[in-house]
Write a protein of this length. Sequence first.
Length: 173
Amino acid sequence: MKGQITLKEAFRAWEQYQFDSLTESDHIKKERMDQLFETIDDINHENLKHLIFCKTCLPDSKPDSFEKSATDLWETAWRKAAAGSKIKWPQKLVSSNGTYGIEIRQNEDNKNMGLIIVTVSEKQKERFEGKEISVIDGKGKKILTGQIHKGEVFQRIKNLQSIDLKLLVRPIN
């Protein structure tokens, strides 16, 4: 039928709306961006949400204290389902540039415990071997810190139900 919108089209429209709804006044000022990069572990929910959705701030507002290459491999990943829909486990996410695959599994015995596994793409595997990365959720909570070994890193996580699946993945060294 003509005029019907598929669910896939609706999600794409919602995603585009999220990107387009960020106005110039919403962008994070350079001074604040420098502070965020210095103390990324203390980032608040609104700033992290902005970094995840904004096409301008993360790529263009690199702090002077970092070389551009230091933040090139920062990527975001988020759940494509509607915000209100119940989370079903496991969750499998792919970062914005495809560098990271992220899987979060729920423990069968304790539903509020789980495991996060980050896998580096084949193209980047060698570059990341032995490097440390962290994953920060949309609430600013660090849910993984670990060293890449054979292209992946994993860690047990607590409070699975409280994780905001808007994720920022960043190399530490």
